[in-house]
Design a protein around this ligand. Structure first.
Ligand code: NDP
Length: 310
Protein backbone atom coordinates (compact mmCIF):
# COMPACT_ATOMS: atom_id res chain seq x y z
CA UNK A 1 0.00 0.00 0.00
CA UNK A 2 1.20 3.51 -0.79
CA UNK A 3 1.92 5.64 2.29
CA UNK A 4 0.52 9.18 2.13
CA UNK A 5 3.10 11.63 3.46
CA UNK A 6 2.02 15.21 4.12
CA UNK A 7 4.81 17.79 4.04
CA UNK A 8 3.72 20.32 6.68
CA UNK A 9 6.90 22.34 7.02
CA UNK A 10 7.28 25.93 5.91
CA UNK A 11 6.01 26.44 2.36
CA UNK A 12 9.35 27.85 1.21
CA UNK A 13 11.06 24.59 2.26
CA UNK A 14 8.98 22.44 -0.10
CA UNK A 15 10.97 23.03 -3.32
CA UNK A 16 14.13 21.85 -1.54
CA UNK A 17 12.61 19.01 0.46
CA UNK A 18 10.39 17.53 -2.26
CA UNK A 19 13.15 16.09 -4.47
CA UNK A 20 15.34 15.12 -1.51
CA UNK A 21 12.57 13.28 0.35
CA UNK A 22 11.32 11.58 -2.79
CA UNK A 23 14.84 10.37 -3.61
CA UNK A 24 15.47 9.13 -0.05
CA UNK A 25 12.13 7.30 0.10
CA UNK A 26 12.72 5.72 -3.32
CA UNK A 27 16.28 4.74 -2.34
CA UNK A 28 14.77 2.78 0.56
CA UNK A 29 12.09 1.19 -1.59
CA UNK A 30 9.27 2.96 0.27
CA UNK A 31 6.13 3.36 -1.82
CA UNK A 32 4.98 6.83 -0.85
CA UNK A 33 2.91 9.69 -2.17
CA UNK A 34 4.49 12.91 -0.88
CA UNK A 35 2.46 16.12 -1.12
CA UNK A 36 1.63 19.39 0.60
CA UNK A 37 -2.11 18.65 0.56
CA UNK A 38 -4.32 15.61 1.27
CA UNK A 39 -7.71 15.08 2.86
CA UNK A 40 -6.62 14.83 6.55
CA UNK A 41 -8.25 11.41 6.99
CA UNK A 42 -6.01 10.00 4.21
CA UNK A 43 -2.69 11.06 5.76
CA UNK A 44 -0.33 8.39 7.16
CA UNK A 45 2.67 10.55 8.09
CA UNK A 46 3.16 14.25 8.72
CA UNK A 47 6.59 15.80 8.18
CA UNK A 48 6.09 18.60 10.64
CA UNK A 49 7.35 22.00 11.75
CA UNK A 50 5.37 24.34 14.03
CA UNK A 51 5.99 27.11 11.47
CA UNK A 52 4.05 25.07 8.87
CA UNK A 53 0.32 24.93 8.07
CA UNK A 54 -0.91 22.24 10.52
CA UNK A 55 -1.92 23.28 14.03
CA UNK A 56 -4.87 20.96 14.72
CA UNK A 57 -4.15 17.23 14.50
CA UNK A 58 -7.68 16.02 15.33
CA UNK A 59 -8.86 15.60 11.68
CA UNK A 60 -5.87 13.33 10.95
CA UNK A 61 -7.55 10.13 12.05
CA UNK A 62 -5.22 7.48 10.62
CA UNK A 63 -1.81 8.99 11.41
CA UNK A 64 0.97 6.45 11.87
CA UNK A 65 3.60 9.00 13.01
CA UNK A 66 4.52 12.69 13.13
CA UNK A 67 8.11 13.38 12.08
CA UNK A 68 9.37 16.65 13.51
CA UNK A 69 11.78 18.68 11.40
CA UNK A 70 12.93 20.41 14.58
CA UNK A 71 15.23 19.01 17.28
CA UNK A 72 13.51 20.95 20.08
CA UNK A 73 9.94 19.70 20.46
CA UNK A 74 8.53 21.76 23.34
CA UNK A 75 5.97 23.39 21.00
CA UNK A 76 5.14 20.08 19.29
CA UNK A 77 4.63 17.75 22.26
CA UNK A 78 1.51 19.60 23.48
CA UNK A 79 -0.26 19.56 20.08
CA UNK A 80 0.41 16.05 18.74
CA UNK A 81 -2.03 13.50 20.23
CA UNK A 82 -0.27 11.26 22.77
CA UNK A 83 -1.43 8.16 20.88
CA UNK A 84 0.59 9.13 17.78
CA UNK A 85 4.34 8.33 17.75
CA UNK A 86 6.37 11.54 17.51
CA UNK A 87 9.99 11.63 16.38
CA UNK A 88 12.36 14.59 16.58
CA UNK A 89 15.17 15.71 14.35
CA UNK A 90 18.60 14.29 15.05
CA UNK A 91 20.76 14.91 12.03
CA UNK A 92 24.45 15.08 11.36
CA UNK A 93 24.19 18.55 9.79
CA UNK A 94 22.51 19.93 12.90
CA UNK A 95 25.21 18.35 15.08
CA UNK A 96 28.06 19.70 12.97
CA UNK A 97 26.54 23.21 12.88
CA UNK A 98 26.01 23.27 16.65
CA UNK A 99 29.50 21.95 17.32
CA UNK A 100 31.05 24.68 15.17
CA UNK A 101 28.97 27.41 16.86
CA UNK A 102 29.76 26.17 20.37
CA UNK A 103 33.48 25.71 19.69
CA UNK A 104 33.69 29.17 18.08
CA UNK A 105 32.06 30.96 21.00
CA UNK A 106 34.02 28.92 23.55
CA UNK A 107 37.30 29.85 21.86
CA UNK A 108 36.28 33.51 21.83
CA UNK A 109 36.07 33.39 25.63
CA UNK A 110 39.02 31.08 26.14
CA UNK A 111 41.39 33.19 24.06
CA UNK A 112 40.01 36.51 25.31
CA UNK A 113 39.52 37.62 21.71
CA UNK A 114 37.34 40.60 22.63
CA UNK A 115 40.27 42.44 24.17
CA UNK A 116 42.07 42.50 20.84
CA UNK A 117 38.97 43.07 18.72
CA UNK A 118 38.13 46.15 20.80
CA UNK A 119 41.81 47.17 20.64
CA UNK A 120 44.53 47.82 23.21
CA UNK A 121 44.74 51.57 22.46
CA UNK A 122 48.53 51.74 22.43
CA UNK A 123 49.02 49.69 25.61
CA UNK A 124 51.34 46.72 25.04
CA UNK A 125 49.48 44.62 27.61
CA UNK A 126 50.48 41.00 27.13
CA UNK A 127 47.87 38.72 28.61
CA UNK A 128 48.66 35.20 27.43
CA UNK A 129 45.64 32.86 27.50
CA UNK A 130 46.04 29.51 29.25
CA UNK A 131 46.12 26.33 27.22
CA UNK A 132 42.81 24.52 26.80
CA UNK A 133 44.07 21.80 29.15
CA UNK A 134 43.96 24.37 31.94
CA UNK A 135 40.43 25.56 31.15
CA UNK A 136 37.33 23.87 32.52
CA UNK A 137 34.23 23.83 30.32
CA UNK A 138 30.87 22.31 31.31
CA UNK A 139 28.14 21.21 28.91
CA UNK A 140 24.65 20.90 30.40
CA UNK A 141 22.82 18.27 28.35
CA UNK A 142 24.65 15.27 26.92
CA UNK A 143 22.25 14.31 24.14
CA UNK A 144 22.91 14.37 20.42
CA UNK A 145 24.11 17.98 20.35
CA UNK A 146 25.68 18.27 23.79
CA UNK A 147 27.74 15.11 23.33
CA UNK A 148 28.98 16.20 19.90
CA UNK A 149 30.01 19.62 21.24
CA UNK A 150 31.57 18.17 24.40
CA UNK A 151 33.64 15.69 22.39
CA UNK A 152 34.89 18.41 20.05
CA UNK A 153 35.92 20.57 23.02
CA UNK A 154 37.66 17.60 24.65
CA UNK A 155 39.46 16.91 21.37
CA UNK A 156 40.83 20.47 21.54
CA UNK A 157 42.19 19.63 24.99
CA UNK A 158 39.68 21.38 27.26
CA UNK A 159 38.79 19.78 30.59
CA UNK A 160 35.17 18.98 29.84
CA UNK A 161 32.42 18.05 32.26
CA UNK A 162 28.87 17.26 31.26
CA UNK A 163 25.53 16.88 32.97
CA UNK A 164 22.47 14.89 32.00
CA UNK A 165 19.34 13.40 33.57
CA UNK A 166 20.65 9.83 33.42
CA UNK A 167 24.27 8.96 34.14
CA UNK A 168 26.49 8.71 31.05
CA UNK A 169 29.92 7.34 30.32
CA UNK A 170 31.66 9.25 27.55
CA UNK A 171 35.39 8.90 26.98
CA UNK A 172 37.25 12.10 27.79
CA UNK A 173 34.27 13.74 29.53
CA UNK A 174 33.61 13.83 33.27
CA UNK A 175 29.92 12.98 33.41
CA UNK A 176 27.52 14.07 36.14
CA UNK A 177 23.81 13.44 36.61
CA UNK A 178 20.98 14.52 38.88
CA UNK A 179 20.69 17.57 41.17
CA UNK A 180 23.94 16.94 43.09
CA UNK A 181 25.71 16.31 39.79
CA UNK A 182 24.61 19.73 38.57
CA UNK A 183 26.29 21.39 41.51
CA UNK A 184 29.52 19.50 40.90
CA UNK A 185 29.42 20.32 37.18
CA UNK A 186 28.88 24.04 37.80
CA UNK A 187 31.43 24.56 40.58
CA UNK A 188 34.35 24.22 38.16
CA UNK A 189 32.73 25.66 35.04
CA UNK A 190 34.70 28.63 33.73
CA UNK A 191 32.54 28.38 30.62
CA UNK A 192 29.11 26.74 30.78
CA UNK A 193 27.16 25.71 27.69
CA UNK A 194 23.43 24.89 27.82
CA UNK A 195 22.21 22.19 25.46
CA UNK A 196 19.20 20.96 27.39
CA UNK A 197 15.67 20.66 26.01
CA UNK A 198 12.93 23.00 27.24
CA UNK A 199 10.81 20.91 29.62
CA UNK A 200 9.14 21.60 32.97
CA UNK A 201 12.13 19.92 34.66
CA UNK A 202 14.78 22.06 32.96
CA UNK A 203 13.15 25.48 33.37
CA UNK A 204 15.48 27.94 35.16
CA UNK A 205 18.30 25.40 35.39
CA UNK A 206 20.49 28.48 35.69
CA UNK A 207 18.95 30.59 38.47
CA UNK A 208 20.28 32.76 41.30
CA UNK A 209 21.29 29.71 43.31
CA UNK A 210 23.02 27.77 40.54
CA UNK A 211 24.68 30.84 39.01
CA UNK A 212 26.24 31.48 42.43
CA UNK A 213 27.97 28.09 42.22
CA UNK A 214 30.00 29.12 39.15
CA UNK A 215 33.55 30.43 39.59
CA UNK A 216 33.44 34.25 39.65
CA UNK A 217 33.50 35.74 36.16
CA UNK A 218 32.35 32.53 34.43
CA UNK A 219 30.97 32.77 30.91
CA UNK A 220 27.55 31.45 29.89
CA UNK A 221 26.71 30.21 26.38
CA UNK A 222 23.07 29.29 25.71
CA UNK A 223 22.16 27.72 22.37
CA UNK A 224 19.57 25.45 24.09
CA UNK A 225 16.32 27.28 24.87
CA UNK A 226 15.46 30.59 26.57
CA UNK A 227 13.52 29.16 29.55
CA UNK A 228 16.62 27.25 30.72
CA UNK A 229 17.81 30.53 32.28
CA UNK A 230 16.12 32.79 34.83
CA UNK A 231 16.73 36.06 32.95
CA UNK A 232 16.50 38.34 35.99
CA UNK A 233 19.01 36.17 37.86
CA UNK A 234 21.43 36.19 34.90
CA UNK A 235 21.19 39.98 34.54
CA UNK A 236 21.89 40.38 38.27
CA UNK A 237 24.87 37.99 38.02
CA UNK A 238 26.21 39.93 35.01
CA UNK A 239 25.85 43.22 36.90
CA UNK A 240 27.65 41.89 39.97
CA UNK A 241 30.45 40.32 37.91
CA UNK A 242 29.57 36.80 39.08
CA UNK A 243 29.03 36.07 35.39
CA UNK A 244 31.62 37.77 33.20
CA UNK A 245 29.79 37.55 29.88
CA UNK A 246 26.92 35.65 28.24
CA UNK A 247 26.31 34.62 24.65
CA UNK A 248 22.63 33.90 24.13
CA UNK A 249 21.09 32.44 20.98
CA UNK A 250 17.63 31.58 22.34
CA UNK A 251 15.09 33.50 24.40
CA UNK A 252 11.73 33.12 26.11
CA UNK A 253 10.28 35.49 23.52
CA UNK A 254 11.66 35.35 19.96
CA UNK A 255 12.45 37.60 18.22
CA UNK A 256 13.96 39.16 21.36
CA UNK A 257 11.95 42.40 21.87
CA UNK A 258 13.98 45.57 21.12
CA UNK A 259 13.50 46.88 24.67
CA UNK A 260 14.89 43.72 26.31
CA UNK A 261 17.88 44.54 28.57
CA UNK A 262 20.00 41.82 26.91
CA UNK A 263 20.33 43.91 23.75
CA UNK A 264 21.98 46.85 25.50
CA UNK A 265 23.96 44.97 28.13
CA UNK A 266 27.71 45.48 27.56
CA UNK A 267 28.47 41.91 28.66
CA UNK A 268 25.89 40.10 26.56
CA UNK A 269 26.16 38.92 22.97
CA UNK A 270 22.80 38.20 21.34
CA UNK A 271 22.62 35.91 18.31
CA UNK A 272 19.21 35.45 16.63
CA UNK A 273 18.57 31.70 17.08
CA UNK A 274 21.11 30.75 14.45
CA UNK A 275 23.33 28.36 16.41
CA UNK A 276 22.34 25.47 14.18
CA UNK A 277 19.77 24.73 11.53
CA UNK A 278 18.24 21.49 10.32
CA UNK A 279 20.10 20.74 7.05
CA UNK A 280 17.75 19.54 4.34
CA UNK A 281 19.82 16.75 2.78
CA UNK A 282 20.69 15.01 6.06
CA UNK A 283 17.23 15.69 7.52
CA UNK A 284 15.54 14.07 4.50
CA UNK A 285 17.54 10.88 5.15
CA UNK A 286 16.37 10.74 8.79
CA UNK A 287 12.72 11.34 7.87
CA UNK A 288 12.72 8.80 5.04
CA UNK A 289 14.43 6.20 7.22
CA UNK A 290 11.75 6.59 9.89
CA UNK A 291 8.94 6.21 7.33
CA UNK A 292 10.65 3.07 6.06
CA UNK A 293 10.92 1.73 9.59
CA UNK A 294 7.28 2.50 10.39
CA UNK A 295 6.12 0.80 7.18
CA UNK A 296 8.29 -2.23 7.98
CA UNK A 297 7.04 -2.39 11.58
CA UNK A 298 10.53 -1.61 12.94
CA UNK A 299 11.18 0.69 15.93
CA UNK A 300 11.38 4.38 15.03
CA UNK A 301 14.55 6.40 15.57
CA UNK A 302 14.60 9.44 17.88
CA UNK A 303 11.18 8.90 19.43
CA UNK A 304 10.09 11.62 21.83
CA UNK A 305 9.26 10.42 25.34
CA UNK A 306 5.95 12.22 25.84
CA UNK A 307 6.10 12.00 29.63
CA UNK A 308 9.56 13.64 29.75
CA UNK A 309 8.80 16.13 26.95
CA UNK A 310 11.95 15.49 24.88
P1 NDP B 1 18.65 15.40 23.25
O1 NDP B 1 17.24 15.07 23.61
O2 NDP B 1 19.43 14.46 22.42
O3 NDP B 1 19.48 15.66 24.58
C1 NDP B 1 18.97 16.31 25.70
C2 NDP B 1 19.93 16.16 26.86
O4 NDP B 1 19.42 16.90 27.97
C3 NDP B 1 20.08 14.70 27.32
O5 NDP B 1 21.40 14.44 27.69
C4 NDP B 1 19.16 14.65 28.54
O6 NDP B 1 19.53 13.69 29.51
C5 NDP B 1 19.37 16.03 29.11
N1 NDP B 1 18.26 16.38 29.99
C6 NDP B 1 16.94 16.44 29.70
N2 NDP B 1 16.23 16.75 30.81
C7 NDP B 1 17.13 16.87 31.82
C8 NDP B 1 17.02 17.16 33.19
N3 NDP B 1 15.84 17.37 33.76
N4 NDP B 1 18.16 17.19 33.93
C9 NDP B 1 19.35 16.96 33.36
N5 NDP B 1 19.54 16.68 32.05
C10 NDP B 1 18.43 16.64 31.29
O7 NDP B 1 18.59 16.85 22.57
P2 NDP B 1 19.62 17.47 21.52
O8 NDP B 1 20.99 17.32 22.05
O9 NDP B 1 19.32 16.98 20.16
O10 NDP B 1 19.16 19.00 21.56
C11 NDP B 1 19.23 19.75 22.76
C12 NDP B 1 18.45 21.04 22.59
O11 NDP B 1 19.15 21.95 21.73
C13 NDP B 1 17.09 20.89 21.87
O12 NDP B 1 16.11 20.42 22.76
C14 NDP B 1 16.83 22.30 21.44
O13 NDP B 1 16.14 22.99 22.45
C15 NDP B 1 18.23 22.92 21.27
N6 NDP B 1 18.53 23.26 19.88
C16 NDP B 1 18.86 24.57 19.59
C17 NDP B 1 19.18 24.93 18.30
C18 NDP B 1 19.59 26.33 17.98
O14 NDP B 1 19.80 26.67 16.82
N7 NDP B 1 19.76 27.19 18.96
C19 NDP B 1 19.16 23.97 17.20
C20 NDP B 1 18.79 22.63 17.61
C21 NDP B 1 18.49 22.31 18.90
P3 NDP B 1 19.48 12.11 29.20
O15 NDP B 1 20.61 11.89 28.20
O16 NDP B 1 19.72 11.48 30.49
O17 NDP B 1 18.13 11.83 28.58
Amino acid sequence: MTANVLFAGRADGWPTYEPLLKAELARRGVEADLRTGFAPEDVDYIVYAPSGPVSDFTPFTRLKAVLSMWAGVEKIVPVVPASVPLTRMVDSGLEQGMTEWVVGHTLRYHLGMDTHIRGLNGRWHRHVPPLAKDRHVTVLGLGALGTAAAKALAALGFQVSGWSRTQKEIEGITCHAGPEGLKAALRQAEIVILLLPDTPATENTLNAETLALLPKGAKVINPGRGPLIDDAALLAALDSGQVGHATLDVFRVEPLPPEHPYWAHPNVTVTPHIASETRESTAAEVIAENIRRAEAGEPLLHLVDRSLGY
